[in-house]
Every structure is written in C-alpha cells, then in structure tokens.
Write a protein that binds this ligand. Structure first.
Ligand code: ADP
Ligand code: MG
Length: 493
C-alpha cells in the first residue's frame, strides 16, 4: 500500500454557477456486535424471533434491575479496534444519553461519550486499482441499540418490539476525510470486510446490522475550512448512500451560491424521490444531558488481555492481498477478488498450495465463482471442495487431462460429486499421450480426407482443421499440442 497519499485522487468536484465546490464526508457507522447475548443482559439477540420474546427485566427497565456488562461484547469491540489499527483504551466509561425513546424503556441509552473503548485508527480505502487513501477513525464506542416501533400494522396505533432493545452496537466514527460518494461506499464496504474477517459483526446491511449516518458538507474547491454539515440518518445501502450524498451536496451548493446558509440538521433520504428532507434540527451533546451511568463502574481491561486478543487476530484483507501477489504471483485485481471474504481466501490457499497460483486463481475466479454465483451459493457451500479442485489442477499440470476435459470433469464433480482423479479413471477421460495412438488417429484422418490434405499442403493454415478432426475422433482426449505437431509432420509441412 505504498500508493497511499502519493496517488490521492482529486476530490469529486461540483461545478456551481459561481465556481467549483468539493464535498467533505464523515461517517458514523453502527455495527451490531456478533454476540448471542445483549450488551447488558442475557437475552438472546436472535434476528426474526417472535416480537417481544427476547426481552428480560433489564431490557424492559423493570425497577431495581441493574445492567451487567457482557465481557464477550467488550472483547469484540477490542478485536475490532485492533483490526482498525486503533488505540485501545484500557479504561473507558459508560454514559447515559437521555432522550425519549419509545422503544427503549429506560428513557436513556447507555453509550460512551467521553471515554470510548477505542481511540484513533484507520481504514485504507481503494476506490480503484492503485488509488488508496487513508480514512482516519476518530473513535469506536459501545452502546445499546433501541427496539423497533412498528407504525404500519394498524391505522390507529403503533406497536413496539423490544427484541432489539439493548443489543450491543459498535459506533465507528470517521474523521471527515472522505471526498466523494464512491469513496464513502468503498469505505463502508472495506469496513464491512474487516468486520467480517474479524467475526465481530456479520455486516448484514439488509437486516440493519450495519448502517450509517452520513455527514455531508461542501466547501469551495481547495479550501481547508470545513463547511456546515447535515447528517443523513440510518442508511443501509451503499447505492442509496451515494445517491444521498450526491443530492445533498448539490442542495447545499445551491443554497450557498444563492447567498444562503446551510442549517446544521438531521435529514432523511427518500429513495423514491432521490432527495433528502429535514427530519429534525441537530441536537447538541448537551441537549441529551449526558452523565456517567451510575449503574456501571468504569470499564477497566488489562494490557495482557488486549495482547491476548491481538494474538488471535487473523490476517486482514490488506495484508492477505499483498501476500497473495507476492507468494502466488497473482495480479492485484485477482488478489482482491480472492481475498474479498476470508472463506474464499482460505479456499484459494488450499487449492493453490504447492501448485501454480495463477492457474488456481483463474479456475476459482472464472469457473468456481461463476457457478457459485449462478447457483446462489457461498464458497463454504461449494459442491467442489478446495482439495478436489486441487486434485483437478494436478491432473491438468501432469497433462493427464487437457483443459477442455478438465472443464468437463469439473462439471461432473460439480453436479454429481466425486474426486476428479476417480472421475477421470472411471470414465476413461485420461488424455492420450501415447505416441502411437495419436499417430494412428492422425493417419486415419489424413487418409479419410485426401482433398483436404492437398489443400493443406498448398496452404498450411488448413492444418488446423485436421487438429480439430483428430481431437473430435479421440473424444478430446488426445494431447492437443502433440496432435498439432504430428499433423504438421505427417503433412510434411
Ligand atoms: P456529533 O457527535 O455531533 O454527531 P461529530 O463532530 O462527532 O458530531 O461528528 C460526527 C461525524 O460528522 C463524524 O463522522 C465527522 O467526521 C463528521 N463531520 C464533522 N464535521 C463535518 C463536516 N464539516 N463535514 C462533513 N462531515 C463532518
Ligand atoms: Mg452523531
């Protein structure tokens, strides 16, 4: 990643009537911690359970109930911090954020405002091959999620489902370092990839397990001042995030060029019309009357524990990608595709071990991923295991089968199962390398087509036709390069 900073793409420019403007974007990402239990209670976090079935006395804020911190959630936050190359704070504190939350019966959210568990870190974002930028993380804190209010089930009343109430969230706040809608999308996807590698959040955006508040401002191109921002709440689609930023930046440019002022506020994106609209004016921290939560002691963790967690951090996407290029000789693009998910990376390494990495990469990206996509399967559901693909690659490398037959064998293994070596043996698909057998096949074709032989002698290009015929007559099993040599030899070319 030496390209960082030296190859900074130009910020996305908006051409206004009175000059060029640039966008400044900062994201607050809410990532649901992968944990079976909530942050301060033992209730289950299962998605899609019967409404209000995963609620215990703490979640329902029954009098006298006290929160107890879930150590596993703390560990997940620390893991994430380490994955974001961030500073881990050995001492952090929980604060109450007071607000009327219809779906959080406590009447406040337990969060970390003043002393978050994770400090400054970074995410390296590539918008296109070779253009990498460092987006700084300001901090990561732990907090409770609220439940869900359901307004569309009945014309006269709203319902509340408290299943999500108290589920652990990591809020990951970036500095306003992002400069274009594409970069915002790439940032979220990279963050999602890192979280999935770490196993600390499943990254399921559809279920809302990963969602973002998107802060947008604009400023005259080249300015180093920050403009007034608006915050677009609760977005869980990278496509809509980009559309919302684009619209919002243009809206602000129009206001400023008109001599007006941008009002700092919270806005909502309406995907139907592609516009943002005001939701509420922006509250300041003091409006929430934050104060240290008296029910919870400051959270103190030991350096030893952090070191222990650090020792268990897997190799992350950036490192994996560089290593794939270095060790297997694959292109950076292919390395990116292979390392997209930890499972696909592991599959590649198992299939490529001790073999030609480039050929393994080609097979996985072109054949395997293509089929998985078509069948709507993930790598871990692949009907052909990495070991079996490896065995197929061995048959190819030893020239026991041709490329064409390899694809047929892959087909059979995919649809019917079985080990490629056994399939080749049972069905007699072994490439004919026996010199005499190939020679006699060539001779037969030449004898049967005297007219073509004449033509080929006059025009050597016609020789290719014979190679095709011989391959056909041997069921694709003859070694094609040997066939080609023998055709030329016997034609006297
Ligand atoms: P708050 O806590 O009130 O939401 P912060 O100052 O912590 O505000 O910022 C929240 C988010 O807004 C951060 O992701 C930050 O990067 C982003 N942000 C701050 N100022 C700007 C700005 N002028 N333009 C765009 N984004 C901004
Ligand atoms: Mg905020």
């Amino acid at each position: 990643m030496d390209a960082i900073n030296s190859m900074e793409p130009e910020p996305k420019t908006i051409a206004g009537a009175k000059g060029d403007w640039e966008m400044v974007i900062g994201l607050e990402v809410h990532a649901q911690v992968s944990s079976n239990a909530k942050l301060f209670s033992g209730s289950s976090t299962e998605f899609g359970a019967e409404p209000n079935s995963n609620v215990d006395f703490v979640d329902a804020a029954m009098p006298g109930m006290l929160p107890v911190i879930n150590e596993f959630c703390v560990e997940q936050a620390v893991r994430t911090g380490i994955g974001l190359k961030a500073k881990i704070n050995l001492r952090s504190e929980f604060d109450r954020k007071n607000y009327f939350y219809p779906d959080l019966p406590q009447g406040y959210q337990i969060s970390q405002l003043y002393h978050p568990i994770v400090g400054e870190g970074e995410v390296i974002v590539e918008t296109k091959q070779g253009f990498a930028r460092r987006i700084r993380i300001e901090h990561l804190h732990l907090e409770q999620d609220a439940g869900k209010s359901l307004h569309d089930l009945d014309p006269n009343c709203s319902f509340v489902d408290l299943n999500r109430t108290g589920v652990a969230l990591m809020e990951i706040v970036s500095y306003p370092d992002i400069r274009s809608p594409e970069e915002a999308a790439a940032y979220i996807l990279k963050l999602r990839q890192i979280l999935r590698y770490l196993g600390t959040c499943d990254g399921n955006m559809q279920n809302g397990n990963l969602r973002a508040d998107v802060n947008v401002s604009v400023r005259p191109k080249g300015s180093d001042q920050l403009g007034t921002r608006c915050e677009i709440k609760n977005m869980n689609s990278t496509k809509f995030i980009q559309q919302a930023i684009e619209f919002e930046a243009r809206r602000q440019v129009a206001i400023l060029e008109d001599g007006g002022e941008v009002v700092q506020e919270t806005r909502l994106y309406d995907a139907g019309s592609g516009t943002t609209r005001s939701m509420r004016s922006k509250e300041e921290a003091h409006d929430y009357r934050y104060f240290p939560c008296p029910d919870l002691l400051p959270l103190e963790i030991s350096r030893d524990w952090v070191d222990e967690i650090a020792a268990g951090i897997p190799e992350l996407p950036d490192e994996k990608k560089s290593r794939f290029v270095r060790e297997y000789g694959v292109t950076p693009y292919d390395a990116d595709v292979l390392a997209a998910e930890a499972e696909s990376a592991a599959f590649f390494e198992e299939a490529a071990a001790g073999r030609d990495g480039k050929i393994a990469a080609n097979w996985i990206i072109n054949e395997l991923f293509g089929r998985l996509n078509k069948d709507g399967k993930t790598v871990s559901e692949s009907p052909v295991s990495a070991a079996r693909l490896g065995s197929l690659l061995d048959l190819l490398a030893s020239k026991e089968i041709s490329g064409k037959i390899a694809k047929d064998v892959f087909d059979i293994a995919w649809n019917e199962g079985g080990d490629p070596a056994a399939i080749v043996k049972e069905r007699g698909l072994k490439q004919v390398t026996d010199e005499d057998a190939i020679k006699s096949a060539v001779e037969k074709v030449l004898e049967a087509n005297p007219g073509q032989v004449e033509k080929a002698r006059a025009n050597p290009k016609v020789a290719g036709w014979f190679v095709g015929q011989v391959m056909k007559s041997t069921g694709g099993k003859a070694n094609p390069s040997r066939v080609s040599e023998l055709v030329k030899e016997l034609l006297g070319l």
